[in-house]
Structure formats: C-alpha cells, structure tokens
Design a protein around this ligand. Structure first.
Ligand SMILES: Nc1nc2c(c(=O)[nH]1)N[C@H]1C(S)=C(S)[C@@H](COP(=O)(O)O)O[C@H]1N2
Ligand SMILES: [Mo]
Length: 253
C-alpha cells in the first residue's frame, strides 16, 4: 500500500525521486504540525522550501545570533541595490529631511500607531556591525543603528494571534518576516549606517535590517508595517514581492 502512496507522491513532485518525495512529504507534514510552513509553499519546489525553513527554525529556535564584526572590518565600498523611489511623494519628503514622513503600524495590534522619524530616534537605540549579503553575489559589512523591531512591536502591543509582520516600501517593494525574525534582538528598524543618517540610496529614512536572512529581506524606504495572522490576503499571498518573481520567501543564512 505504501508503494502506491509514494508513487502518487513521486508523480506529484515531478523532479524528486520516489524515496526523496516520500521523505519530503513526511517532513512537510511534521513542519505543518508545528506551524512551520512558509507562505510560498506551493508548486514543485514547495516541499524543499518548507523543509529548509522548518529545519532552520528547529535548529535555530531560541534566537541564534548573526555574527557581529569589529569596527576595523567595516567595508570601504557599500554597493547599492535598486533605485530610490521615483515618486513625487518620496522626493518631496527627501528634500525636506523626511520631516513629514511617518511609519504606520497596524493590523493585529492593540494600539495602531504612526511614528515620526524624530519619535523613532528617541526610542532605545541599538548599533550592530553585520554582514549584508545580496543574492546576486556581492556583500558588505556595515554598522547599522536603529530601534529593535521587537521594541516597537511591544509598544503597539501585538496580539497573541500574530504570526507575521509585513512591511511596505515607497518603491512598491514589500516583504514579511515571521515572529521569530520580527522579535529577534538583531532585527532593527535602521535609520543610521556607519555613524551617519541612512543615505537615500541605502533606504532613507528607515529600512529593516534582518541579519539572519539575505539582503533582499532588508527592505528599504519603509512607510508601513502590518501585523498579521496570515499572509494569504496580502498581494498574491506568497509573503512578498520576491516570491512573485521566483525567489523563495525564506532567505535564512
Ligand atoms: N525597497 C527596497 N528595498 C530593498 C531593495 C529594493 O530594490 N527596494 N533591494 C534589496 C536587495 S536585493 C538587497 S541585496 C539590499 C541591498 O541593500 P543596499 O542597497 O543598502 O546595499 O536591499 C534590499 N532592499
Ligand atoms: Mo539583493
């Protein structure tokens, strides 16, 4: 009987071997029981993506830390990904030192709020020197300064139903992290880089820094965050703009 079942699974998974497919399917079932299914878990790569995510989450439960570096290791060259948002709104705010900019936090929170840059800068500060790696192959080490996202989430009071934090950028990019990454002590809402205000090219006025994932997760030019129990109804339901373009949602390193 198990032979029939695994053959059906083999057909479903296409590229995988029968044994591998059965193993992956079992792993996915276990992952599901522990709430470890990523939002982009569909199609042919789905079981593999779920397995990577679930095993990282099981191995790194309890906030394993990204490596932090010495000041002498800060990179002299800091490449830039993408272009500054071209919208009038962004360019106007930039000219005015982002005085009118506010970050909105809504969704499953007790106190939906919006904060100015000045208010965010008065919150507890953390600086860390971490490595940011782009999926295209380049990387650099920089010092990032900001407020831990966990501080802000506690301030607005997240619901016990919260499973994800989605974040939205002026250039239409958006993304999301699960609660282990959102509450991770190194996940920052960063407004400073290498001792200066964050430059527009690097995401002014505020970007997220998620040092336990590839640079892609560290979205720049943020204007809104939403706390959610599910990502199903945001965009095409895969948790961000990158899965829609063929990348995986989870980019843990
Ligand atoms: N809003 C927004 N955030 C973004 C991007 C982008 O195009 N738009 N690119 C991402 C990618 S792919 C990487 S590798 C990092 C690079 O950050 P940097 O430009 O500060 O080097 O930003 C990420 N954040
Ligand atoms: Mo990237």
């Amino acid at each position: 009987m198990s032979g029939t079942v695994s053959r059906r699974k083999w057909l479903k998974n296409g590229a995988a071997t029968a044994a591998g497919a059965a193993g992956l399917t079992v792993a996915v079932k276990i992952a599901d029981r522990y709430g470890l299914i990523p939002p982009d878990c569909g199609g042919i790569w789905g079981p593999g993506v779920a397995l990577t995510y679930a095993s990282q989450r099981m191995l790194t439960s309890g906030h394993s830390m990204a490596r932090e570096f010495n000041r002498s290791e800060i990179s002299k060259v800091t490449p830039v990904s993408g272009w500054q948002p071209k919208t009038d709104e962004y360019q106007r705010m930039k000219k005015n030192g982002f005085k009118e900019w506010r970050l909105t936090i809504d969704g499953l929170v007790a106190r939906p709020s919006s904060f100015s840059l000045e208010e965010i800068k008065r919150m507890p500060t953390r600086s860390q020197i971490t490595h940011q790696a782009c999926e295209e192959g380049w990387s650099f080490i920089a010092e990032w300064t900001g407020v831990p996202l966990s501080y802000m989430l506690n301030l607005v009071g997240i619901s016990p139903k919260a499973n994800y934090v989605a974040y939205f950028a002026f250039d239409k990019a958006w993304d999301s992290v699960d609660m282990p990454d959102a509450l991770h002590p190194q996940t920052l809402l960063a407004y400073g880089m290498n001792g200066e205000d964050l430059l527009p090219d690097h995401g002014a006025p505020i970007r997220l820094r998620v040092p336990r994932q590839l640079g892609q997760k560290s979205k720049k030019y943020l204007w809104k965050m939403t706390v959610l129990d599910s990502l199903k109804n945001v965009g095409d339901g895969r948790g961000g703009i990158d899965p829609s373009e063929g990348y995986t949602w989870y980019m843990g390193i």
